[in-house]
Write a protein that binds this ligand. Structure first.
Ligand code: ADP
Length: 406
């Protein structure tokens, strides 16, 4: 007996040493590489080996769809990962994400939250699961899961500690990658400023030409007006986004009836809609929300303007309301549905990235590619979510949730 115990102890010691070694290796790389993809790969393989499981995966919240998707996995191929999404409700990973707590599931098939769809898609049998949330200094961004502990064993407390450490490293790798993108923000702004500035320069040169037909002057002045407006929007939206991202988003929440605000926003865009023959329908119901009125108005205006800009001639827009019972708070879901060009699936995941504009729609309307980023910042500051569903040539639905008053 004593002999076996000391053998087990020795194994445990060796195991612990191996764990420290791997974790320190990953830590060293965290500070020195920008290649977060290969780091995430190392992290899932470390999780699989150190916890002695069949597979391990990292899931991240996709802000565009409001669902979790695989960012890295030891057994799912990249093209398969693209296809699989996991809802926050009715899934174990979703539970871990929304509760922000680790969870051990001894028998997945018996768990009411278990989503067997993924097993089916990748031809896998899940028995037991250990999942932990991935946290940055601000919030939960995803979940790390280790699945099927080998030799029919159960997960231990030590496994939880190890996976938590790996999850915080994964969160740091993602945060580093995002910060790196942030420093590109200014460079991209400068790049974006160059196009309207070049157009303005050309226009002024043309205007000075004495041989310019009088009839052309009006067109050139109109171009200058449009480009100046774009510059103003770009700089204003850039400042707003920069302010939000440095944590200076302050909310002045008050409770009021949403319908009046919807009507006000629709009135502002009415002329723009009428010019295109677009009809806007507002939901019949009314609810009292508790939000920063001006900021939510800004979000609605952005979504409505997009729904007009990227709509077809004589299209429609529906503003729909639905109450969503949450575990912590009841939210009002506002949907802005248009009958426009729609957004292809491959572009949908980029929709909330700064300066992103769908390449095929770039010439359809003027824009900055910052409007949706602003919407996301404002909605998330209210504890809500923003996401979309879209189908090419059918239209898009943008959803936001905001807190309802009690
Ligand atoms: P922009 O100022 O370019 O409109 P946004 O951030 O509001 O910036 O939107 C980013 C991009 O998303 C747009 O350029 C457009 O390509 C696409 N988009 C936004 N809303 C819609 C919509 N309702 N239908 C189709 N595409 C849309």
């Amino acid at each position: 007996m004593t002999h076996t115990a000391s053998l087990d102890d020795a194994m445990e010691q060796k195991n612990l040493l191996e764990q420290y070694k791997r974790i320190i290796e990953i830590n060293q790389e965290l500070g020195t590489t920008y290649d977060h993809v290969s780091l995430l790969r190392k992290i899932v393989f470390a999780a699989k080996e150190l916890l002695d499981t069949e597979v391990a995966s990292i899931l991240l919240l996709d802000n565009a769809t409001g669902k979790l998707h695989f960012a890295m996995s030891t057994n799912i191929k990249p093209h398969e990962m693209e296809e699989i999404t996991i809802p926050l409700e009715g899934s174990i990973a979703g539970w871990i994400f929304t509760h922000g707590e680790p969870r051990v599931i001894a028998n997945a098939a018996n768990d009411p939250n278990w989503n067997k769809g993924v097993d089916k898609e990748i031809d896998f049998v899940t028995r037991n699961i250990l999942g932990v949330p991935m946290r940055t200094h601000k919030d939960v961004i995803g979940v790390v899961q280790a699945i099927n502990k080998k030799h029919n064993r159960d997960f231990t407390d030590n496994d939880i500690v190890t996976l938590r450490t790996l999850a915080s490293q994964a969160a740091m790798a993602i945060e580093n990658a995002r910060l790196f993108q942030q420093s590109d923000f200014i460079a991209e702004l400068v790049h974006e400023l160059r196009t309207p500035l070049a157009a303005l320069k050309t226009s002024t040169t043309l205007l000075k030409r004495s041989d310019l037909p009088e009839t052309k002057r009006g067109d050139i002045v109109e171009t200058m007006r449009g480009e100046t407006e774009r510059l103003i929007n770009l700089t204003n939206e850039f400042l707003d986004v920069a302010r939000h991202e440095s944590g200076r988003i302050s909310l002045n929440a008050q409770s009021f009836a949403i319908k009046k605000l919807l009507t006000e926003a629709v009135d502002i865009v009415a002329q723009q809609a009428a010019d295109k023959g677009v009809i806007i329908n507002i939901a019949e119901e009314d609810y009292t929300v508790i939000v920063d009125r001006d900021k939510i108005k800004q979000v609605l205006l952005n979504l409505l303007t997009n729904a007009i800009k990227y709509n077809r001639e004589n299209g429609t827009i529906n503003l729909l309301l639905e109450v969503i019972e949450g575990e912590e708070q009841t939210m009002l879901q506002i949907t802005v549905q248009d009958s426009g060009f729609g957004i292809a699936r491959e572009h949908q995941k980029n929709m909330f990235q700064k300066f992103y504009r769908v390449p095929t729609l770039e010439n359809v309307a003027r824009g900055t590619g910052l409007g949706l980023v602003l919407c996301k910042n404002i909605i998330e500051a209210h504890g809500g979510r923003i996401w979309l569903e879209s189908e090419v040539n059918v239209g898009s639905k943008f959803f936001i949730t905001v807190p309802l008053a009690d």
